[in-house]
Design a protein around this ligand. Structure first.
Ligand code: COA
Length: 622
């Protein structure tokens, strides 16, 4: 409760802060409801593997009614490939699928090595359950709350039949990749199946873009799905998609001007003349109903995306696993696919006995088609509203940050605070995901970076640096806050931020705990209508949870990156990937907001990182 009160301090004026402090004291003090709820949680802890997981999963994902794309599903971009023929596309994609099958074989044996923490109490084993929920899983829409389909694993010696769904021109094809009676398809055989699809899909006249429904508001999609399920054929299609290992999207390129904004910072890579921001749009949402958004199944945990112009990436449904687990897996697939020389031989299996893959045919009423149109409208509006850009800061990277004896993650979080303050003259509640995999079924807690110490430091950094006064012809410069003072405040802010980060990854964060107390209040309330304790109904609770900066570090081995949308209408999404000598940011906001702009934010970030560099470079000189 002390920590919670501290997180509110930089967000409230003194009077408001005193008021909320009294509410917190009343809740937490002897005779308050807090201690009773705490006992309830401790009892729950005795009975469950992880007392928080279900509360957290529902609150974070399954209760959310917004469309999955942009609001929840991140997109990941890989460096584009060079394809000259359709065979190149099929070969590369077949290799990705082959890598996924290799991985699934390991999962089926439950043989994934247990990872260990490498810092902050190194050697602690990390929970691996997320890794077993990536292939073969799917989110299922519900009218009030969504559910998850979690893949089953074979019992000893059991052979599973496995398939993938390939989407091309908004059509779904089921490609069996592992038959119980004949074993696994070879890469050549998968390639032949993909070639068939690439050939077949463009010739189909009657396109029914059912996939668009998965990008709709969750409750509406749930209702639509219930109606679809009334037809046996549709039911079977949905089951095939739900249970598939993954979805592969064979895409068309977006137009060059899809994302008409000049990319700031380093150039990065291109697919033809499409820049990284354009590519990220494709991976996050598909580009709208006119492009690839119907060529998606946004409920599926993994959607591998390969586009004719060489753009490659991933869209993933977030409720099953964190980005770190998904990135690690996908980087492995890509490495496998790129490790072998590209063969342009037509696969021998082209003439084989394998039947062509089955295209899923839907039985749709006029009401279903109307729903698809409505879903397309909602998604297209959402996509039009997304202000997104990949921003490569090339000034320096984590080598410099480490040389200043600061954790790069802490450094970048403080840079984000400074960038925000420079634009708005205040701090906002900030979310950074911290992995809690040291605990069984642990996912993430929230590192709150807007601290009183950060506020003091950003205030000092934004004091007018030079004030010039004319005395005759001479200019006199006043430094309102000395560099020494800024450095002292920086040290305080770093100390606080480091403590907050370490507390979180060691399970001493406050957000999961507060959520637990809130849910415990609901569980133990005598009637459903009983009000929540004041601490959760006071506007300060909403303010503390209105994350105008939603951030996370998504470090990757190669030159890839992951981005996502903001979580508030007036907020920013900011993922970052610190490299030795540069940092890749993915910044997002909504055009409809009158207060946000990723261009302005990128500029402010650049100025902040430059100012921090010039301050901290003086460290040895002072
Ligand atoms: N001085 C010098 N170097 C330091 C340092 C210091 N004071 N503190 C840390 N470093 C070094 C580390 O040793 C490490 O070195 P390495 O690159 O050689 O391994 C490097 O800096 C990075 O450490 P740090 O910046 O502290 O970050 P981290 O890797 O420990 O990550 C979190 C911190 C919070 C991001 C991480 O613990 C986490 O939770 N990750 C998951 C985030 C997530 O879920 N993202 C996906 C959401 S979809």
């Amino acid at each position: 409760m002390k920590k919670y009160s501290k997180t509110l301090q930089p967000l409230l004026d003194e009077k408001e802060y005193e008021r909320i402090r009294r509410i917190i004291e009343k809740f937490a003090g002897a005779g308050g409801l807090g201690p009773k709820l705490q006992l309830y949680l401790m009892d729950r802890r005795e009975k469950m593997d992880n007392w928080a997981y279900e509360y957290w999963l529902n609150d974070m994902y399954l209760n959310c009614r917004l469309p999955n794309p942009i609001n929840s599903n991140p997109g990941m971009v890989f460096p584009p490939r060079k394809f000259t023929t359709i065979l190149d596309v099929a070969r590369f994609t077949a290799r990705l699928i082959d890598a996924a099958l290799n991985h699934k074989d390991i999962l089926n044996l439950k043989a994934l090595p247990v990872e260990k923490a490498t810092s902050r109490e190194p050697g602690q084993p990390l929970c691996m359950s997320q890794y077993y929920r990536i292939l073969g899983c799917c989110r299922i829409p519900g009218r009030i709350r969504d559910a998850q389909y979690i893949a089953e694993f074979p019992k000893d010696g059991e052979q599973l039949s496995e398939h993938v769904i390939v989407m091309c021109r908004s059509q779904q094809y089921c490609v069996p990749v592992h038959a119980a009676d004949r074993g696994r398809l070879t890469e050549d055989e998968i390639c032949a199946q993909l070639l068939y699809i690439l050939d077949d899909a463009p010739c189909l006249p009657d396109i029914k873009p059912v996939g668009l429904l998965t990008g709709w508001k969750r409750s509406l999609w749930a209702e639509a799905r219930e109606d679809l399920m009334k037809e046996e054929r549709n039911r079977r299609n949905l089951e095939l998609i739900t249970k598939s290992l993954l979805v592969v999207c064979l895409d068309e390129a977006l137009t060059n001007n899809f994302n008409c904004r000049l990319q700031r910072g380093g150039k990065g890579f291109y697919a033809g003349s499409r820049d990284e921001s354009n590519l990220a749009h494709q991976m996050i949402h598909g580009g709208g109903s006119q492009f690839n958004s119907a060529n998606r199944w946004f409920d599926k945990t993994v959607q591998l995306i390969v586009s004719g112009d060489g753009a490659c990436g991933l869209c993933y449904e977030h409720s099953m696993a964190e980005g770190v687990a998904v990135v690690q897996l996908l980087e492995g697939f890509w490495k496998h696919a790129e490790s072998l020389p590209q063969s342009s031989d037509v696969p021998a299996a082209c003439g084989s006995h394998l039947p062509p893959p089955e295209r899923l045919e839907w039985i749709l009423e006029a009401s279903d088609m109307k729903r698809i149109e409505d879903a397309a409208q909602v998604l297209d509006d959402l996509i039009k509203d997304l202000d997104f850009q990949v921003y490569r800061y090339e000034g320096y990277g984590k080598n410099f940050m480490k040389s200043r004896k600061v954790s790069p993650d802490v450094y970048i979080q403080l840079a984000l605070q400074l960038a925000y303050y420079k634009l708005y003259g205040k701090l906002a509640a900030t979310y950074e995901s911290a992995s809690t995999r040291r605990f069984l079924l642990g996912r993430v807690d929230c590192i709150r970076s807007a601290s009183p110490e950060a506020l003091e430091w950003v205030k000092a950094m934004t004091q007018p640096r030079d004030e010039a006064d004319d005395i005759g012809n001479k200019k006199v410069t006043f430094h309102l806050v000395s560099d020494d003072k800024k450095m002292l405040l920086w040290d305080d802010a770093v100390r606080q931020q480091t403590e907050e980060m370490v507390d979180n990854i060691l399970g001493q964060g406050i957000d999961i705990h507060l959520l637990g107390l809130r849910e415990a209040a609901k569980d133990t309330s005598p009637t459903a209508a009983s009000p929540l304790p004041e601490i959760f109904t006071d506007p300060s609770y909403r303010l503390a949870n209105r994350f105008l900066l939603s951030t996370s570090q998504v470090a990757t081995g190669g030159n890839t990156f992951m981005g996502y949308g903001p979580v508030e209408p007036d907020g920013y999404g900011a993922s970052y990937n610190p490299k030795n000598d540069h940092v890749i940011f993915c910044l997002s906001a909504f055009w409809s907001s009158e207060v946000t702009s990723t261009s302005k934010f990128a500029q402010s970030l650049e100025e902040s990182l430059n100012a921090m560099h010039s301050l901290l470079s003086k460290r040895n000189e002072i």
